[in-house]
Ligand binder design. Structure first.
Ligand SMILES: C=C(O[C@@H]1C=C(C(=O)O)C=C[C@H]1O)C(=O)O
Length: 466
């Protein structure tokens, strides 16, 4: 566990107290400690009583980076639509200014870090569904557990205002001790039964697909991604930790995330990376073109081969590759990608997949790259502006954070964002699941409907449904 000398405690606390008084504004003090191996779900669970509604969870597909945040030491949020990426970045950098960071470990994802996301389209009219989440919302946690390449670190963030004295430091240390003492390895996780399952206007959705297909044949629109919603009601409150546990078992090769705000929880298992930045290197993923998994290995291979040679899917995929390549070329000296897509096989579905690597300057802003990429034609369409306008006009669903960039940025400005798909919003005893698909000029509404049904499955299964 954590060992830290009393004198050191006082010195660190006093640094924060004095600087906050001197500058007359809040000052961050952050310290990192190595910890014994800790089960990430039990850490998330241990925060359930005290920090419910203020937790987040993140795991990347390789499980190289697992992040759990408890409590909110600072929130960066905005419903301002224009320049939202720039504003979040500006606030993040100014929050870090003059802070004290005690971190002897040179690894990404430890120390002060913000976690959160951006809504799919800030210009879409907001409904009650997403009332608990601002269009841009990031949390800097009080306590952050980072498991990086199997090593465990605990970051404690304290914000001193000019009215605080050293007692704040002791108070947070006590809170941390309580938290660590409450860690349990055995937790009883169960999702409640589903009472009702309602697809939101499926016939109307199919008609919308047909209407858009007609427009696509006329141009200039080439592709529009349309999404729909499935609403579930349960016998009792759904606990995010139980859903995370299921996703861990059922979708190990995905990004697994949960993001709580004011009692609601946005949760999912996405296969899609938007962008990762590690020093001068950036990584992105083109993921578009889908087919189901086979029941036997042979059928699965045949389906995979069909997808790899299907013109409709290859064209859809090509749109994404072209856009991501062009966007990264604006910021990178070099962009490397294979000529042909390969297959990414998830539990219920297989996709056409092209990984992309870029080399850019070390000072390139991750959020600027997010802005350039979002939404790719995998979630918006082509041309981007027209497709997003079309979605805003015809889609019944308020996507909120669904399909938007969700992830983290650390104080060294490294981080990663996934595309928040295969996801749902838990609201007490109810939940909404979301799924979309690329509509092109030869799309058939019934096939697209079935594809979205397939894309509901990972979340539906994790919630105990079929
Ligand atoms: C929009 C979704 O998925 C996206 C659309 C895909 C497609 O149209 O083939 C494939 C992967 C994702 O980029 C979703 O899962 O809801």
């Amino acid at each position: 566990m954590i060992t830290i000398q009393e004198t050191e405690i006082r010195e660190r606390g006093l640094l924060g107290v004095n600087r906050a008084r001197e500058l007359g504004r809040p000052i961050l003090m952050s310290e990192v400690h190595k910890m014994d191996t800790t089960n990430p779900l039990s850490f998330f669970n241990a925060g359930g009583d005290r920090y419910f509604g203020e937790r987040f969870f993140w795991k990347d597909p390789a499980s190289e980076m697992v992040l759990i945040g408890l409590g909110i030491s600072k929130q960066i949020q905005s419903d301002q639509a224009a320049d939202r990426f720039f504003h979040v970045e500006k606030e993040w950098r100014s929050f870090l200014k003059d802070s004290f960071i005690f971190n002897q470990y040179k690894v990404d994802g430890v120390g002060p870090l913000m976690f959160g996301g951006f809504s799919f389209d800030p210009f879409k009219e907001k409904t009650e569904l997403w009332s608990k989440f601002a269009d841009s919302l990031f949390h800097i946690p009080k306590f952050l557990l980072s498991i990086v390449h199997g090593e465990t670190y605990l970051t404690t963030n304290i914000i001193f205002t000019s009215n605080d004295d050293i007692s704040l430091y002791s108070k947070i240390m006590e809170e941390r001790n309580q938290l660590l003492l409450s860690l349990r390895n055995q937790i009883n996780l169960k999702t409640p039964l589903i009472n009702s399952k309602v697809e939101v206007f499926p016939e109307r959705w199919k008609q919308t697909v047909e209407g858009v297909v007609k427009e696509l044949t006329k141009g200039p629109l080439k592709k529009v991604v349309l999404a729909r919603e499935l609403r579930l009601v349960f016998t009792s409150q759904v606990e995010a930790e139980a859903v995370l546990e299921s996703l861990y078992q059922q979708q190990p090769a995905s990004y697994i995330f949960a993001f709580e705000s004011h009692g609601d929880c946005f949760i999912g298992a996405s296969p899609e990376r938007l962008i990762k930045k590690q020093g001068p290197e950036v990584y992105s993923t083109c993921l578009a073109g889908s087919i189901s998994r086979g029941k036997t290995e042979e059928e699965d291979q045949i389906l995979g081969q069909t997808l790899l040679t299907d013109q409709k899917n290859l064209i859809e995929h090509g749109f994404v590759v072209e856009m991501i390549k062009e966007a990264l070329e604006q910021s990178c000296e070099e962009v490397i990608l294979p000529k042909k897509p390969q297959l990414m096989k998830m539990r219920d579905i297989q996709h056409l997949y092209t990984p992309v690597i870029g080399k850019c300057g070390p000072n390139t802003s991750l959020l600027l790259l997010v802005e350039k990429l979002h939404p790719t034609p995998a979630l918006g369409g082509l041309p981007q502006n027209l497709a997003v306008e079309k979605i805003r006009e015809v889609e019944v669903l308020d996507r909120g954070l669904f399909g938007g960039p969700l992830g983290w940025v650390d104080y060294q400005q490294n981080g990663e964002f996934a595309v928040a798909i295969r996801s749902g919003l838990i609201q007490g005893k109810e939940a909404s699941l979301f799924a979309g698909c690329g509509v092109v000029s030869d799309s058939k509404s019934e096939e697209e409907y079935l594809e979205t049904a397939l894309k509901f499955r990972p979340m539906l299964r994790a919630l105990g449904g079929k």
